[in-house]
Design a protein around this ligand. Structure first.
Ligand SMILES: [Zn+2]
Length: 395
């Protein structure tokens, strides 16, 4: 069977059904509750003959690791989609967010784009290959992971289970509208606190005002030059002070103030060096004023990721996408981070983000995925597994 025949066996109705089923199995995180969705994935893939492990994270949460065994003659290929979604939000939706309704050629609901649609497309690929009697030279691994929206709990656990395995690439089905994303910005979140002394608001001279201390830090931070080189795909480094809190009452001098800063880094920047620059601000203010007390801490830290354009697996996948879509892919990058942050520190493999959802749909009200894109993604994941894993028909 050639690749084209195999890809032709992907059934759009089946991909659509899997996506709708997953949407109906609510897995809003927090709290997660991915267990039911994980059991659904496990049961669906078990029928393909894949080896299945349900990876439990407490009673209500689980991830799935499925492996379609190949002949051990090629490195494995690793597909990943996360099971959890963000909450629905306060705005009223046009369709039930957990209904998986179909209208206007789309499936509507929380997680359709980010990324139950992508996961459904990967599952359909894993199903069609053995159904068509195609055997692979290497293993096709699929992990459906819990916890991506908060802490990549499932990815970190699954990464440990795959440590040491020879894997040619990690594909994550985040919403890219079937475009190839080969880089992710890094994330560095920092919290800064100042500590003063409280006093009655009518006698400010008796206290030490923590909010005024923070104002000094913010002024210095905004002047701080943090070096970086603009990345051809990801663009530049960004930073933004996004929360501030301090004080309890209008007639009380505040003894505490805190801010958090969201920084998005590009390849070449060391997070420890940036943190050092921020700490230096506080140290210098402390030198000028012995009463100045402040602390700086990192609250989220994931380095940027990029896959080299010369990576053979990326070249092969790009030509496959070009053949199947008739368009030459333009490589892009993501400003957000994915479960790659849970996998890559352990697995160190090339990363490709590719999925049917539109990036702009993620975390939005009225989230939806186009059925034509969903089916196209399922065909591409099927074709990619066959090509990268040397699929052959058993006679
Ligand atoms: Zn996502």
């Amino acid at each position: 069977m050639d690749e084209r025949d195999l890809v032709g066996k992907v059934k759009e109705a089946e991909v659509v059904e899997i996506c709708r089923d997953l949407v109906r199995l609510q897995s809003v995180n927090p709290p997660g509750n991915e267990r039911a969705a994980a059991e659904y994935v496990a049961a669906a893939l078990k029928k393909t003959g894949a080896e299945i492990e349900l990876v439990k994270h407490g009673d209500a949460r689980a991830s799935v690791l499925a492996r379609l065994k190949g002949q051990g003659k090629a490195p494995s290929l690793f597909y990943n989609g996360h099971l959890d979604t963000v909450p629905v939000g306060a705005e009223k939706w046009r369709h039930d967010p957990f209904g998986g309704e179909i209208a206007e050629g789309r499936i509507w609901g929380r997680g359709t784009a980010d990324m139950k649609g992508g996961l459904a497309a990967m599952m359909a690929a894993m199903k069609v290959i053995p159904e068509a009697g195609v055997s692979l030279q290497g293993d096709l691994i699929l992990a459906a992971t819990a916890g991506e929206e908060i802490d990549s709990l499932g990815a970190r656990e699954v990464a440990k289970m795959l440590a040491g395995e020879s894997i040619q690439a990690l594909f994550i089905a985040e919403p890219t509208y079937n475009e190839i994303y080969i880089a992710e910005k890094g994330v560095l979140w920092v919290e800064m606190e100042t500590f003063g002394q409280t006093a009655h608001g009518s006698m400010p001279e008796k206290g030490r005002n923590a909010v005024l201390m923070m104002v000094k830090i913010i002024q210095e931070f905004e002047k701080l030059e943090i070096p970086y080189k603009t990345h051809p795909i990801l663009g530049g480094f960004t930073r933004s002070i996004n929360t501030i809190s301090g004080g309890v009452k209008t007639n009380v001098v505040p003894d505490h103030c805190a801010v958090t800063i969201d920084m998005r880094t590009v390849p070449g920047q060391e997070h420890s060096a940036i943190l050092r620059q921020v700490e230096t601000i506080v140290e210098e203010l402390g030198r000028k004023d012995p009463d100045f007390r402040a602390a700086v801490k990192m609250i989220n830290d994931h380095p940027s990721v990029e896959t080299s354009p010369s990576e053979p697996v990326l070249q092969k996948f790009s030509s496959l996408v070009a053949e199947m879509t008739g368009k030459k892919p333009v490589w892009k990058g993501a400003n957000y981070f994915s479960d790659a942050v849970g996998f890559l520190p352990v697995l160190k493999v090339p990363l490709i983000l590719f999925g049917p959802g539109e990036p702009g749909q993620a975390h939005q009200p009225n989230e939806q995925v186009e059925i034509s894109k969903l089916a196209e993604a399922a065909r591409i994941f099927t074709g990619a597994a066959a090509r990268l894993l040397g699929g052959r028909r058993d006679l």
